[in-house]
Design a protein around this ligand. Structure first.
Ligand SMILES: O=C(O)[C@H](O)[C@@H](O)[C@H](O)[C@H](O)COP(=O)(O)O
Length: 237
């Protein structure tokens, strides 16, 4: 592991500000070479503080040149409190100054085959790498079992080679970008906080045999950036 791939901040609040600064710093670099910045957002609770930060600093990013996708989604209504899209809509997209160029939620109100077909369509215009759509930035989290996006240990979606997959997860079935699609992203950013995940973080970053989906992704994408608070990083020192 190169230290350049791990950023540690004392607190979750500082970490979110550092990640936001990273995004602001890279906006010009990306948008000088292309008209839009294609992000896939993460679900879960950890990134909510980032979405809140971005909403409270609406002028720091060129939202009209940012297109939002989601790395995964729960098979719930977009109005359901568990919806990853819903969480972003409540915290970010309600802000009048935040008008992304496009917002591509997973249409979970359709049946799974239609939802997957729709998401393939919205990914289709993106640049291709080895036949897969290339997102510019994918924000990820890691669960207590080492899953990332909705790639759960031993889940059938782990072996899907399509662009997108539908499969089982805790509480709800899930839609997710697949390993090959995630791996084609120009930048993967893994945001992890809390002592409960410290052993997992250590394993993912240092154990070449770590069996977790987050570790499998990192082994194939050593350029992945880990943004960790001190608690999540405590086993690294
Ligand atoms: O839909 C989801 O749940 C997320 O996309 C998932 O991959 C999340 O990032 C992890 O479960 C971590 O969740 P927490 O941030 O809540 O720990």
């Amino acid at each position: 592991m190169t230290n350049s791939s791990v950023h540690i901040a004392d607190t979750p609040t500082r970490l979110v500000a550092d990640l936001a600064a990273y995004l602001v710093q890279h906006a010009d670099e990306v948008l000088n070479r292309q008209p839009f910045w294609n992000w896939a957002l993460s679900g879960g609770s950890t990134p909510l503080a980032l979405y809140d930060w971005l909403a409270s600093h609406p002028d720091t990013l060129p939202w009209r040149q940012i297109r939002l996708y989601w790395g995964d989604e729960r098979h719930v209504w977009p109005t359901d409190p568990a919806s990853n899209f819903g969480a972003v809509r409540e915290r970010l997209l309600r802000h009048p100054a935040i008008v992304p160029a496009a917002v591509y939620r997973w249409p979970t109100e359709l049946d799974p085959a239609e939802t997957l077909a729709y998401y393939r369509q919205v990914l289709r215009p993106l640049p291709r790498v080895d036949g897969y759509p290339q997102l510019d930035l994918v924000l990820l989290g890691m669960g207590d079992d080492g899953h990332t996006a909705s790639l759960f240990p031993g889940s059938p979606q782990e072996s899907v080679t399509d662009w997108v997959a539908y499969g089982p997860g805790p509480h709800w079935h899930r839609y997710t970008l697949t390993y090959p699609t995630l791996l084609k992203a120009r930048q993967l950013v893994m945001l992890v906080t809390g002592a409960a995940k410290a052993a997992l973080v250590k394993a993912c970053l240092s154990d070449p045999e770590a069996p977790y989906p987050a570790a499998r992704l990192y082994r194939q994408a050593p350029h992945m950036l880990w943004f960790l608070d001190a608690e999540a990083a405590q086993a690294l020192t």
